[in-house]
Design a protein around this ligand. Sequence first.
Ligand SMILES: Cc1cc2nc3c(=O)[nH]c(=O)nc-3n(C[C@H](O)[C@H](O)[C@H](O)COP(=O)(O)OP(=O)(O)OC[C@H]3O[C@@H](n4cnc5c(N)ncnc54)[C@H](O)[C@@H]3O)c2cc1C
Length: 327
Amino acid sequence: MSELLVLIDHSDGAPKKLSLQMLSAAAGLADDADVSVSAVWLGAGASDAAATIGAHGATKLYHWDSEDAHGYVTLPQVEGLQAAIDASGADVVFFASTNHVKDVASRLAIRVGGGVITDVTGLRVEDGRFVATKEVFGGDMITTSRVADGHVQILGIANNAFPAEGAGGDAPELVALDVDLSEAATAAKVVSVEKQVSADRPDIAEAAVVVAGGRGLGNEDGFQLMEQLADVLGAGVGASRAATDAGWYPHRYQIGQTGRTISPTLYLGSGISGAIQHRAGMQTSQNIVAINKDPEAPIFQIADFGIVGDLYEIVPKLVEELETRKG
Ligand SMILES: Cc1cc2nc3c(=O)[nH]c(=O)nc-3n(C[C@H](O)[C@H](O)[C@H](O)COP(=O)(O)OP(=O)(O)OC[C@H]3O[C@@H](n4cnc5c(N)ncnc54)[C@H](O)[C@@H]3O)c2cc1C
C-alpha cells in the first residue's frame, strides 16, 4: 500500500490545528485512495507530538531533527520533505496552504515532477486520484481539479475546511530521515528570531473568531474599539489593506490576497467595503457578519448577517451587550 504524506506545520512543539485537520481529512479518505497516512515533521520535537499525530490517523512519522530544519528558510524544508518522499515513495502530499508552506510546496513540485493545488476546501477520490475543489476569483467561482496522472499530487489544504477529528490511533512508528542538504540550502543562515508579541490575542490564521477593521474606522484609534470587541469575544484582530497601508494597524494583520488567509467560524468586519482582494482572504469564513453604513457595500453580498449603520454607534453597543452577557 502506498503512503500519503502530511507535512505537519507546528509551533512551540505542537502541531497547529490545520495540521490535525489535514491528518483527519487524509485518514477519512485513506481507504478510498488505498493509502496509509504518514506524517512528516521537520525540526525538533517530533517524538513529543507523536501521540497526538497518531491519534489523528498517522501510522508513521518521518522526522528530521536538525538545526537546519527550523522552518525559517525555505530550501532546507524543501529538501527535508523531498527526503521523506524518497524514503516513502509517496505519490500524495498534503501541506498547510499558508504563504510560507506554498513556497516550500512549489519548489518541491519542480524537484519531484509534481502538480500543486493550493487552498483546497473539498476533496474526494476518483480512480485512485485526489479531486480537489477550491474557491477562486474572490469566491465567485468554485473550481474542481486534479493533478495529471503520473505526477506527484501536492495538495495545499485551507484552514478549517475539514474537522480535526481524532481517529484514536496508536502512536506512529518513528522514522528518522537522512537529509543530505545541498550547498544552496545551507547558504542562508538565521541569525536571530524575535517573536512578535500580540497581546494575548489569538493569531488570526488560527482564531475561531476574527474581528476586522477597515478604512471606515477613520483613524488608528478605531482599532482600540476593534480590540475591545475582540477581547470580549476572545477573538483575533485583522485589518483591510487600506487600514494597514494607512499605518493604523501592523501589516502582519492584513487579511486578503496580499495578506493573510483566514477561515474562522466567525468573521466580523467593520468599515470594510469587501473589495475582491479582501474577500480572497476571508470568504471561506463559516459565518460572516458585516457592519457598514453603505447598504450597497459589496461585503453584504457575502455576509450571512449585515448591519447597515455607523460602526461607532453599533460596535460600542455590541461590546456593552456582550460584556453584560458574559457577566
Ligand atoms: C493587487 C492588489 C492587492 C490587494 N490586496 C489586498 C488585501 O490583501 N487585503 C485588502 O483588504 N485589500 C487589498 N487590496 C485593496 C483593495 O482593493 C481595497 O482597496 C481595500 O480592501 C479597501 O479597504 P477597506 O474596505 O477598508 O476600504 P474602503 O474600500 O474605502 O471601504 C471602507 C468602507 O467603510 C464604510 N464606512 C465608512 N465609514 C463608516 C462608518 N462610520 N461606519 C460603518 N461603515 C463605514 C464605507 O461605506 C466603505 O464601504 C489590494 C488591491 C490590489 C490592487
